[in-house]
Ligand binder design. Structure first.
Ligand SMILES: [Zn+2]
Length: 286
């Protein structure tokens, strides 16, 4: 069996288990289809038809999206959406398109983002437990770089996203805080010519491990995630208004309470395994 067939079997298994037509691995396939870029070689995700239809309608043809920003809010899954209704309503209203997606096991950050950005199952991309080696499999970032597109990744120092996608034709910006990553992504959007920007946010995940999933400290982080997503949308409509563009909310997994004061994830509970990916597609100003 080929690697892609093996991946497809694993991803389909999770789709069936959690009764949703979408996998988080569809992100890479969808973004590549939007931009007319050939997907990474082991990608078994499937372009989401409703996203492609929307782009087709707005841009009179597929493959015409020119600029993409991916906001990777760690651990803000469906379980969090059900609790933080006001914050997620803001995200959904801003984006327009929402897809309940199954992630992969074990539901930990490097395994999940490995799948999201390669489109391959963990057994194929090679990270099958909590560890952060540089991924050797082909990724979204390699696919973009091959067509001459400029890619930037803004993330906290030494986190999974900062480490596992190294050694590629990508500009890496790393910081000691989420504020650093957010401010940097905003600055790149306004002042540089990147085609794909990734902005990672770690602090909801970090906080929920320490305080439980819905603590007052977590409330602040959930609000920041909604604020940042909507701020990116607004700035894209300004700085990128002459481009066909896409903004996507891309969490990796959810999380649940281990006891009264600590959150966790990594299991196959629906609270860990189900996330919404939100897409906002806009056409260039004519
Ligand atoms: Zn995570």
């Amino acid at each position: 069996m080929s690697d892609t067939a093996r991946s497809r079997e694993v991803l389909d298994g999770f789709r069936r288990q959690y009764n949703t037509p979408y996998s988080t691995a569809d992100l890479t396939a969808t973004v590549c289809a939007l931009c007319g870029v050939e997907a990474p070689s082991e990608c078994a995700g499937i372009p989401i038809p409703a996203v492609i239809d929307q782009a087709d309608k707005l841009m009179d043809g597929t493959g015409k999206t020119e600029k993409v920003l991916l906001f990777c809010a760690d651990a803000l899954g469906q379980h969090q959406k059900n609790h933080y209704t006001e914050e997620f309503e803001r995200i959904e209203k801003c984006a327009g398109l929402a897809f309940l997606s199954a992630t992969v096991m074990p539901s930990v950050t490097p395994v999940c983002y490995g799948t999201i950005f390669s489109g391959a199952a963990p057994c194929v991309h090679g990270i099958t437990k909590y560890e952060k080696p540089v991924l050797e499999v082909d990724t979204l970032f390699d696919a973009f770089a091959r067509t001459g597109k400029n890619v930037a990744i803004c993330a906290i120092n030494e986190c999974s996203i900062d480490k596992i996608f190294r050694n590629r034709k990508v500009d890496y910006y790393s910081f000691r805080s989420d504020e650093g990553s957010f401010d940097c992504a905003m600055d790149l959007l306004k002042n540089k010519d990147y085609d794909l920007i990734v902005c990672y946010m770690t602090n909801y995940d970090h906080t929920m491990h320490k305080t439980g999933t819905f603590s007052p400290e977590c409330d602040i982080e959930a609000r920041k995630a909604a604020d940042r997503f909507t701020a990116f949308a607004k700035e894209m409509d300004n700085s990128w208004k002459q481009f066909n563009r896409a903004l996507v909310f891309v969490p990796d997994h959810g999380g649940h309470n281990a006891d009264e004061r600590h959150g966790m994830h990594g299991t196959d509970l629906p609270e860990d395994m189900l996330v919404y990916h939100f897409y906002r597609i806009c056409e260039a100003e004519k």
